[in-house]
Design a protein. Sequence first.
Length: 253
Amino acid sequence: MAVLNWVWRFGWLSSRMIAALVWPTASQSWPMARRTLKKMLADKLVLVRALPQGGDVYLLSVKGARLLQDAMGVKAKGGQSLPTGNAIHRACGNWHLISQVQAGMGIWTEHEIASGLAPVHTVNGKLFDGLVVNDDGLITACEIENAWKNRSRRQAVVEVATRHLGRDKLTRIGADSAGQELYLARLSLVCTSVDALRSMAASFQEAHRMLTATEMCLAAVDVSVLPVSPSLVPGEPSTGNLWWDVIQPHSLG
């Protein structure tokens, strides 16, 4: 049931991702995940889809969705028509959110946000790649950068940050199913390469020079480089803060 629930929430997952979510501390977590998925495939509870660049991902079948509905009362649907999209981009976001789950945080995935299953859909028209729930309803929005973005798309991310972060009053962006109000508190930029991070940092640095992005705003943006292989295996992440670790040292230099 845990495998079905996580596959439904993320849309699709690799066997390594399922291992990290369901058996995070087991020494044989990946073999356990593969054995479980093999049985679930035989029982037609999940579907498997091969990616063009190599590797497989798993999606919910109609039978698996029905079982999940009956057992947990959720509005699960089969993923047979679900597009995998940019697999590296989605995998980077998945792995980042999985690390937050392992740290005990609540999350809403890109799939949940895009499908209208999360309490927050867009912020000023920006559809984020994930949401992490901190204490007291404080939300960290996640933006995944897999490749160079054109100026307008980078600017959309910067505008959301400059409008809502680093201010005395937090922006209310919704409420969860329990009625707890949710406030946008931070932004997490997760990049698959240093080049992708440099591109976004340059746009934020320009906003700082134009006096539209304050130091408090930039300090509310966390950054990380999380490389992902073509077979969706994550590398070692590097983390920091946009203001303290990226922009300020550059300006001092």
